[in-house]
Every structure is written in C-alpha cells, then in structure tokens.
Design a protein around this ligand. Structure first.
Ligand code: NAP
Length: 380
C-alpha cells in the first residue's frame, strides 16, 4: 500500500455504470485512481476526459470531479485495451495496490462476437499484464464478472472457480466470454503469484438513493418495451390488453441495486484474506415474473405468465410480438432456473448481508424509471 491508507488504484471501465460508481466511492475514501479510458480513434484525449467527467457527474457535482483531477487524485490515461502492443507501451511510475477491472463489452448478439471476445478476453489479458508490471507482492487484481457465468446449464452457482467444460451451454456469447475471462484471471493469479479476486454481480439496477444509472441496458430495455407497448395499446384501442409471457412462475430474475453491488464488493475486498476467491454478489432471492408484474403496474397492459406451449395453440398477437422483441435480451434469463450460493459473501458481510431488497427497494427503482420514461414520452 502507498502512503498512509490512501490506496493507489488502477481502474478500467470508469465511464460505465459500475466503474463510475466505484470511482465515486473510492475518491470519497481518499484513494487515488488512474483510469484507463478508451482510445476510440475519432475522440481526442480531452473528449475522453469529458466523457469520464460526465459519467462521474451522475454521482457527484462536476466541480467535485474537476477538483479530484486538479488534485492529482484522478488521472486518465488513454489506450485501447484490446491492443496488446499499445497496452505494453504503458509504463507508469506507479505501483498499484489494486486493479479493478470493470471494462467489458456487454453486447450479446452472435454478430458482435469478435468485439465481445476482443474486449472480454484480449482486454483482460492485456490489463492483467499491465497490472503485473505495476504490482508488488501485496497488490490485488479484482475482476468484475457476472453471476450468469453458468449459462443455461448450471442450476446452482457455487462461489468457486467454474471451469469451461464442453457440457456447458450459454444464453449468449457475453456469458461465455465472462466465464473464460474469470478462468484467465484465476489461473494467471495462481501462476504468477498475484492476488486475484472475482466478483459476480447479478442484474444491476439503479442506485437506491438517486434511482439512477448511466447506461440503461438489459432489464431496462424490457421496461422500455413495456412503456412503449402501453402507450401503443392506449392509443390503438384504449382497452386493457392481457399479454402472454412465456416463463415459469418459479423462475425469477436476480436484481440488485448498484450501490449494494459496489458497497459489498468494497467491503469484502477490504477483508478478504485468501487469494483467488470468488464471490456471488447477488440478492438472496430471485424476483418472480409474477411479482415483477405487480411492481410494474401499467394502465393498459397486464402480463399473464404462460408455458411456451401456449403459443403453439394460439400464435402471438401483434402486441405480444412487440413485447417479445423488446424482451429479446431478458427472455432467456426469465427462463433460466438458477440459484446462487452466497455463503462466502455472507460470511464476510455478516450482519450487513441484510437482504432481500424486495419488494420495496427494487420497486422504488423500477417505478422511478418507468415514471421518468412515461413523462418523457408525454413531453417528447
Ligand atoms: N450491468 C449489469 O447488469 C452487470 C451485471 C453483472 C456484471 N456486470 C459486469 O460489470 C462490469 C461493468 O458493467 P457496467 O454495467 O458498468 O457496463 P457499462 O455501463 O456498459 O460500461 C462498460 C464499460 O466498459 C468500457 N469498455 C467496453 N469496451 C471497452 C473496450 N474495448 N476498451 C475499453 N473499455 C471498454 C466502456 O467504455 P466506453 O464508455 O468508452 O464504451 C465502459 O466504461 C462488466 O464487466 C460487466 O460484465 C454488469
């Protein structure tokens, strides 16, 4: 550790949801951050710094972000994480106490395969190498994975390394790339005698205080589609429509607010003693689709959970087709029965592992988003 208790951190993905929230927490803890910002060709370094400031301003005033930059507490370096030679060229005078690797492609379609593997596999290897060159024997590499690394196959995800075997099948390329990356991090940690930690958050929702995120993807895209459908039905018929949704009432989504994800990871990381451990950063219970429906109350639509066979008898209506298009990403998750072990996480969090957050916390976050969307629709 560098002077006093003020850690010196290296962080990727600072312009994204989790990276920006973590940076906000770390800066307020007095830590110093060197952040890797992306070198998309057309943007200048200034433009990247502006993007970083804009992302952090979701959580704190712009003047405060600027103050951290002016005080040398927040430094941005521009480099393309996927480019091995460029990354090898980074030589800083620093030794990092911790590298937090948040940057990742969250795309999931087969057409984005190359981009997904470049960011999630080449990226992690290059950041590990950079970390090794800037580490000492106490430095830690912290990898942010996902609780859905078990794909379709694993029905109970334990808090331990999961090997990529042939019997595993995945809902998308993203999941597979994250499992591969986890294994790269854990194996590299053991081989190179570097302390590695893997955190697996489930589906990240808005902050419980501000209700906000920076990028609204995944589950939020499904909410968008419901908002749009509701106003479509309202304008088209003015009647309430009941839409069928293929799932099983036993299955649910595991949703967790961003502040709890970051606070739990920071808390655990400060206390973890053994290297190469894996933690599932999930809610205690999944939220059922039926329960979710009670949370999201729309004026002109209701959702009826039905088995898949129901559509063989009666094909989808136009509204149902529109809904399944918007649910493209989340649908496989709504049909994936998986539970997550949390013994290791709970052991460290102790009394603060006070879940579940349902229904109230998630309800507030979802309600706030849907209301904002509906107001934006009326105004826009
Ligand atoms: N959000 C969730 O529900 C969720 C759930 C479980 C796990 N996770 C994991 O948590 C981590 C952070 O996710 P997030 O929600 O914060 O995602 P996000 O908001 O989409 O942010 C992704 C970050 O990664 C950066 N990035 C992407 N591709 C890059 C590349 N090729 N080179 C450099 N940087 C690149 C982005 O930079 P730009 O801004 O320049 O694009 C951005 O800073 C990821 O590892 C993700 O797998 C997320």
């Amino acid at each position: 550790m560098n002077k006093g208790n003020a850690k010196n951190l290296f962080l990727t993905g600072i312009t994204g949801n989790l990276g920006a929230f973590a940076a906000y927490r770390f800066l307020n803890m007095g830590y110093r951050i060197t952040a890797l910002v992306r070198a998309k060709t057309k943007l200048t370094t200034d433009a990247h710094i502006k993007k970083m400031i804009k992302s952090l301003s979701t959580w704190m005033p712009v003047e405060e972000v600027q103050h951290f930059i002016d005080a040398g507490k927040l430094i941005a370096i521009k480099c393309e994480m996927t480019q091995t030679e460029e990354m090898k060229g980074i030589q800083l005078d620093d030794i990092f106490d911790e590298t937090w690797h948040f940057a990742s492609s969250l795309k999931y379609m087969p057409k984005d395969r190359d981009e997904i593997y470049a960011a999630n596999i080449d990226g992690v290897k290059n950041v590990l190498d950079l970390h090794k060159r800037h580490s000492n024997r106490d430095s830690k590499f912290i990898y942010i994975s996902t609780a859905y690394v078990g794909g379709r196959t694993v029905t109970h995800l334990k808090e331990e390394q999961l090997l990529l075997t042939e019997d595993l099948t995945f809902k998308n390329e993203y999941e597979k790339s994250k499992l591969m990356a986890e294994n790269i991090v854990l194996d590299y940690g053991r081989d190179e005698k570097l302390f590695s930690v893997v955190f697996r958050p489930s589906i990240v929702m808005g902050d419980t205080k501000t209700k906000r995120l920076i990028n609204y993807t995944g589950f939020y895209l499904a909410l968008d589609s419901l908002v749009n459908l509701n106003s479509y039905i309202k304008n088209a018929t003015g009647e309430v429509e009941v839409l069928r949704f293929e799932s099983d009432n036993d299955i649910g989504l595991n949703l967790i607010p961003i502040d709890h994800v970051i606070d739990n990871m920071v808390f655990i990381n400060e206390r973890v003693q053994e290297p190469h451990q894996v933690f599932n950063i999930t809610n205690k219970t999944n939220i059922g689709i039926k329960e979710l429906q009670n949370i999201v109350a729309f004026s002109h639509l209701r959702i009826n959970v039905v088995p898949n066979e129901a559509f063989e008898r009666t094909p989808r209506t136009r509204s149902e087709k529109l809904m399944s298009y918007g649910f493209n990403y989340i649908l496989p998750y709504a049909n994936n029965k998986v539970k997550f072990s949390t013994e290791r996480t709970a052991r460290i969090l102790g009394a603060t592992y006070d879940y579940p957050y349902y229904p109230n916390k998630i309800e507030e976050v979802v309600d706030d988003y849907v209301n904002r969307k509906q107001v934006a629709e009326i105004v826009g």
